[in-house]
Design a protein around this ligand. Structure first.
Ligand code: RP5
Length: 167
């Protein structure tokens, strides 16, 4: 993966496999809604370790501000990425068939002191929340994005009915 000419976007969405994309595109969809630019890459801790190394080594220099990393099973990608860059890493445990994503969650959440990963819920909700978490971090220094995020949250609140309806 030649990253040398790829500069400028604030969010990197990385995932261990093509099979993670249906989950991880929930993060991308939120960032699209909020007008936040991102790149999406397949970077596997196990299958493409050199790619992981290059991505982590160049991430801050390329201007990335937050990395969203999703993986399933023996999900080492978010933790390994956190070991390679000081950028905040938001981890998404992808739901697996064998163990329903509890394996992914445990692989991501239990980091040793010194190398944090902000771990989201398992699956699509976690991926969407990762997009919101990344936007919240960027909004700290971007008032226009902060306003868009406030609007997004208000719209969600307004969509919740006060009383339940029969089907
Ligand atoms: C992990 O292994 C990936 O993050 C994915 O969730 C899981 C299975 O990958 P595939 O066998 O579907 O490529 O590395």
């Amino acid at each position: 993966m030649d990253l040398s000419d790829q500069a400028g976007v604030p969010v990197g969405i990385i995932m261990g496999s093509q099979s993670d994309w249906p989950t991880m595109r929930e993060a991308a969809a939120i960032l699209d809604e909020l007008g936040v630019a991102y790149e999406a890459k397949i970077v596997s801790a196990h299958r493409t370790p050199d790619r992981l190394w290059d991505y982590g080594k160049t991430a801050a220099k390329r201007g990335l501000k937050v990395i969203i990393a999703g993986a399933g099973g023996a999900a080492h990608l978010p933790g390994m990425m956190a070991s390679k860059t000081r950028l905040p890493v938001v981890g998404v445990p992808v739901q697996t068939r064998a163990l329903s994503g509890v394996d992914s969650l445990y692989s991501i959440v239990q980091m040793p002191k010194g190398f944090p990963v902000a771990t989201m819920a398992i699956g699509a909700a976690g991926a969407a929340n990762a997009g919101l978490m990344a936007a919240g971090i960027l909004a700290l220094s971007d008032p226009e994005l902060a306003a868009r995020l406030d609007d997004w949250r208000a719209t969600l609140s307004d969509s919740i009915p006060e009383e339940p309806a029969d089907d």
